[in-house]
Design a protein around this ligand. Sequence first.
Ligand code: BES
Ligand code: MN
Ligand code: MN
Length: 455
Amino acid sequence: MSSAVAFARRNQPRFLDDLKALLRIPSISTLPEHDGDCRKTAESLLADLKRIGMEHARLIDTSGHPLVYADWLHAAGKPTVLVYGHYDVQPPDPLDEWLTPPFEPTERNGNLYARGAVDDKGQVVAQVKALESLFAASHALPLNVRVLLEGDEEVGGEGIADYVASRPADLKADFALVSDSELFAPGLPTICVGLRGMIYTEIEVRGAKTDLHSGMYGGAAPNPFFALAHIIAKLKDENGRILIPGFYDDIVAPGVEQVAAWRSLPFDEEEYRKTEVGSKQLVGEPGYSVLERTWARPTLDVHGMPGGFIGAGAKTVIPAKAQAKISMRLVPNQTPAKAFALYKSFVEKIAPPAVSVDVRLIHSGDACLIPVDNPYIQAATRALHDVWGKDTVFIRSGGSIPIVGDFDRHLGLPSVLMGFGLPDDNIHAPNEKFNLKNFALGIESLIRFLEEVGR
Ligand code: BES
Ligand code: MN
Ligand code: MN
């Protein structure tokens, strides 16, 4: 066992305490009232990076929350890694479904429960603790390291995208290490090699000039919720196929060997329906497996429809306006700009004539596919085999991490998506958790990986 791994094992209780402290800060990037908490989280990570021996540690202001940057570049002749993660979290609601409060991290049956436990504070802390252990073992790192953490991933990551596009020389590296994904199954080392892109939009529909009494005006005044219902019903058919003309035109489908490899992964659709989804049936396009539907096909979803009266009790009103928050997940070779243009003009065309519609883009990101034929992925599989005793599986994920595409486009970096969540970790949902064993083995895997690259 390397002495860095031994250090990590000895210090595991303190590592966990440090993670808990970070999880107590509600760094919810989408809510402006938590701007101060986002900065506090960034400052806390900054202090830790300085403490362990990283240099040039600083916050970088952006149009959103600050980036955290630090480097250590004294391993002459060795590769340089760009370590990435995000310290922001999703809102915790619905609050009444949490068994223990989202910002009071609690250990229960081998897991740590809190918002951000695994997405992504727990994995960012795993990265920092891996670096700390490497420093502690030899007062140096086995390779050159730049750390770049963001606080806007959950809202599209515009700030980091601008920074990466404008300062490529400050981020020179050979590959990126991204810890923000999951194992395909417990105990199964996994590298994610594909992510979906997305466009997140809002449709605002206006009918009357003001809210109206639904008895006096009902039957004559247009109701914006009905207009939205008509629009939404025309966006997707009952088989889950998106009806926006041209939407599927540019898609590059996965190869047959790829789809065959996915079929040999340990995955049972009925088990997934019952234990992960918990619905009566699954939905989706006929002819595609669940893994193909979620990894390699685009989709469209409605997240919420603000407007009208939603308080307890009854109010008889025809609201003047209503909104729908709608996103589409994109797959390789679709572009957010084209997808949005097609969607916007289709929505404008199908909108009932009695209302006016405004279709707005909130944020977007490209899909990405990561080639596996590079030495960093090879080193990762060796390190993972050491720690988990198994061969690595390569998977895609239906989720999005917008900056990964930019690492490739603007910095020319391949990314190694080495994450340690589990499929049932409830990310973005109540009772998010991080399996404590995965936290510990995650740190060991990251240590072994960086040692392996620096060998
Ligand atoms: N970590 C997730 C993405 C993810 C989930 C990758 C599971 C691999 C496996 C990330 O924090 C996330 O949730 N991203 C958002 C991005 C969006 C708001 C632009 C997403 O996918 O909804
Ligand atoms: Mn994440
Ligand atoms: Mn997330």
